[in-house]
Write a protein that binds this ligand. Structure first.
Ligand code: IMP
Length: 433
């Protein structure tokens, strides 16, 4: 099973880190293909918990080569902080490979992310403030800085100048800020480039060779389907493609080399930042889910918005990603509920007062913003499921909940997370063979 894509089915934070790490011990390479340090994975190994933002989860497994693909935006300062943090805990990071054509998040991208959000006011996106959007904007505007640009001083100075020319006008004239110095920025980036050099490689070549030799590569997505700049809840999205197609463009590996597309979905739904979220709960049920599920962001610490499982979302994720498997996480969080509502479709009130039922995701975001969930109520369970390792040993109502989610999500559920530890998992179909 050489090429496996692992992505989020909802709005992120589905517990991909745990799933990636679980599969990652059996693969040779784990390659991140999109996003940057806006992501947040918590990987729990024994009593140790690792919060990763930019590094691929495979960094924790000694036999895995972790790769940062060309589709990722790399903040070198954050990368070194993360490497130093892990190495101080005895994790060897020397195997890491960083694509020479990945774009760099420079300090000015972080500045612009923050001032833009402030300027947008009530229209803000609620970004993580890490400079992700401005770095991708520069990539598309063709004024971005790539990793290999950091190794040539004159060339880099020229590129920084081109990039800052317009930004400084904007910072001074529109945002009333000081201009950013070209030489200072170039020197800073050159120093970071020197440190980055030992990790830099032609990762497309490395990954293609590995696949040709029958090695297994796990393509790890940051964020998730509903945050995809093309397929998500635009404009309340991130600036990259966390969907399955992004794995190919973000690593330089063709779609014919992909064998499996696995998405992770929580047994309920969460979201951080702004934007529509039909099943969001504003009452004590939402507070209960947040407390039970410890729903606070790994990257920003923000409390996550919480709501019931939305099958319109997971069905859509099956469609746009061509999913082969779903991994359902945090099922244990729902233990103790008498009834569990699950959204199966949306009701949208039209301008003339009539109503439209949507069984599939509305493309028009104005309709999505008004979508009211149509719920089906499923019976809950009270038994502790964290020690269960066989699907058939789950309480009957819990099994029925999973089976129903599988049916309405249009994808088989191959594994279930039942708690935070690595062994809190029920495997139904192998994710790797
Ligand atoms: P940005 O990626 O920082 O530009 O933020 C854009 C939107 O994506 C905001 O709503 C963020 O909260 C959200 N976002 C970015 N990364 C993640 C993630 O890893 N998990 C969940 N939400 C994310």
């Amino acid at each position: 099973m050489p090429g496996i894509i692992l992505i989020g089915a909802q709005w992120g934070d589905e517990g991909k880190g745990k799933a990636t790490d679980l599969i990652g011990t059996k693969v040779d390479y784990v390659a991140r293909f999109n996003g940057g340090n806006n992501a947040g994975h918590t990987v729990v190994v024994g009593n140790e918990s690792y919060a990763l933002h930019l590094l691929p989860s495979g960094i924790i497994s000694p036999n895995v080569t972790p790769v940062i693909g060309n589709g990722v935006v790399v903040d070198p300062e954050v990368l070194f902080q993360e490497i130093e943090g892990l190495e101080s805990r005895g994790v060897d990071c020397s195997r890491l490979l960083v694509s020479e054509s990945a774009h760099i998040i420079a300090p000015y991208h972080r500045t612009i992310d923050k001032v833009t959000e402030r300027f947008l006011g009530k229209h803000k996106i609620g970004t993580t403030g890490r400079g992700i959007g401005p770095a991708y904007a520069d990539k598309i505007n063709r004024v971005g800085i790539r990793v290999h640009d950091l190794f040539n001083a004159d060339h880099l100075r020229d590129k920084v100048e081109a990039s800052l020319h317009q930004k400084n006008q904007m910072l001074v004239k529109l945002y009333n800020r000081r201009p950013i110095d070209v030489n200072e920025t170039t020197d800073e980036l050159l120093a970071l480039g020197e440190k980055l050099k030992p990790f830099v490689a032609n990762t497309s070549l490395v990954l293609n060779k590995a696949l040709d030799e029958g090695k297994t590569v796990l393509f790890e997505g940051g964020q998730a389907t509903m945050l995809d700049v093309d397929h998500g809840t635009y404009p309340f999205v991130t600036s990259s493609n966390p969907t399955a197609g992004g794995a190919c463009t973000g690593t330089g590996v063709g779609p014919t080399k992909i064998d499996r597309v696995i998405a992770v979905a929580k047994a309920y739904t969460t979201r951080v930042g702004e934007g529509p979220f039909p099943t969001e709960l504003f009452d004590e049920q939402g507070d209960w889910l947040r407390a039970q599920g410890h729903e606070y962001g790994v990257t920003t610490g923000r409390p996550r918005r919480c709501g019931w499982f939305d099958a319109v979302v997971t069905r859509y994720a099956s469609q746009v990603n061509g999913l082969t498997d779903l991994v359902l996480t945090k099922l244990d969080v729902l233990t103790g509920l008498e009834k569990i509502p699950v959204c199966v479709a949306y009701d949208v009130e039209n301008a003339d007062g009539t109503h439209t039922r949507y069984d599939e995701m509305p493309v028009d975001q104005a309709a999505f913003a008004k979508a009211k969930p149509i719920y089906e109520e499923l019976p809950g369970w009270t038994e502790d499921i964290s020690q269960v390792h066989d699907f058939n040993d789950l309480p009957a109502t819990c099994q029925a909940y999973v089976k129903r989610l599988e049916e309405i999500s249009n994808c088989r559920i191959s594994a279930i997370g039942t708690g935070p530890q690595r062994d809190h998992i029920i495997s139904i179909h192998s994710l790797i063979d």
